[in-house]
Design a binder for this molecule. Sequence first.
Ligand SMILES: N[C@@H](CCC(=O)N[C@@H](CS)C(=O)NCC(=O)O)C(=O)O
Length: 346
Amino acid sequence: MLSCLKYPPSSCNSPPHPLNYALTFPPNHSCRVQVLRHLTGKRNRVSALTSRCQAKSADTEKPVSLDNENDSASSTTSSTSTSFLSFLCPLLKLFSQGDPSQARNYNLEFTTSFLSTLARFPWGSTAVTDSLNNQATISSDPPQRLQLFEFEACPFCRRVREAMTELDLSVDVYPCPKGSIKHRELVKQLGGKELFPFLVDPNTGVSMYESGDIVKYLFQQYGKRSPSVGLLESTLLTGWMPTLLRAGRGMSRWEKATPDMPPKKLELFSYENNPNARIVREALCELEIPYVLLNVGAGSKRTDLLINLSGNQKVPYLVDPNTGAEIGDYKEILAYLFKTYSLAAA
Ligand SMILES: N[C@@H](CCC(=O)N[C@@H](CS)C(=O)NCC(=O)O)C(=O)O
C-alpha cells in the first residue's frame, strides 16, 4: 500500500473531499459562477467561484465578462457535441459488450484499445518537455491535488486527461458515468450543470467547465506554456475514435456497482494513451469509484515510485488502500474491481 511517506510531502495533504465542497458551497443557483481572470492576456479565461461562494482565488483581478466570440463558439460546440453524444449513447450501448463484469474477449479488448491508442498518438503518452526552449518543464504537483469530474468515454474529458499526462500532474478523478448516483449531482451543485469535464483546483479556487479552457489553464498554471501542438485541435478529428472503438465502455454506470464509496481512494498508476490502463479506467468509471490518477508518462517524475512499488515501470498498476491489494495485470485488476465493488460483495 502506498503510504504518505513514499510520496513527496506536498502530495500528502489531502485535498478537501468534494463532498465537503458541497457543504461549503451552496448550490450554484444561489452562487453565480463568474470569470475572475484572464490568463496571459491571450483570452484564456478561467471561471472561479466568487467570494460569495467562499472560494479563495489566487488573485483578485476584477471580474471580466464572458462575452467574446470564442465563448459563443464553444457553447455552440458544447450543445452540438452533447446532443451528438446523447444520440450516439444508445447506439454505443447497443454495440458494447454488455455486462462489463462478465468474461471478456481480451483479444478484442486489447485490439480496440490499441487502435484507440494509435488514433490518439502522440498525445497523452509522455511527460512532455518544452520543445520551444528545449527544456524539461515537467511541473511539480501542486500542494493540493486537482479534482476532475469526467467520464472515460467523453472525448473532451480525454483531452484534459491527455494534458494532465503531458504536464505530469496527478489528479483526484471523480467518475461521472451516465446513471451516476454520486458525482454528477455534486457537479450540478458545484457548477450548476451536468457537463463534463469539470475541473476543481483547490490551490487557486478555480473551478471550470470547457475542456479547451481547462487545458489552457492547466498548461498556463502548471506548465507555464501553451498546450502542446495539436492537442486541442486534434480532439475533434480523432478524439472520438477511442469512444467509438471502445463502444460504450467507460460511459454508463454498471447497475450492480456498489453504491458505497470506498473509505479511501484507490490509486492508479496510468498514462492516458496506454491501452491497458484505458481498460482499467473504463472499469473504475463504470463502477463510479473515485481514485487518485497517478500519471506516469515517459519521463515522469513518478517512475521511480512506480518501480519501487511494482518492480517495473509498467502501467496500469492499481493500489487499493482499503484492502491492501496491489495489482499490475489489467485483467486481474478488472476481475478484482468487479468482484470487490459489486453489490454482491457489499
Ligand atoms: N465544449 C465542451 C463540450 C463538453 C461536452 O459536450 N461534454 C459531454 C460529454 S462528451 C457532456 O458532458 N454531456 C452531458 C452528459 O454526458 O450528461 C467541452 O469542450 O468541454
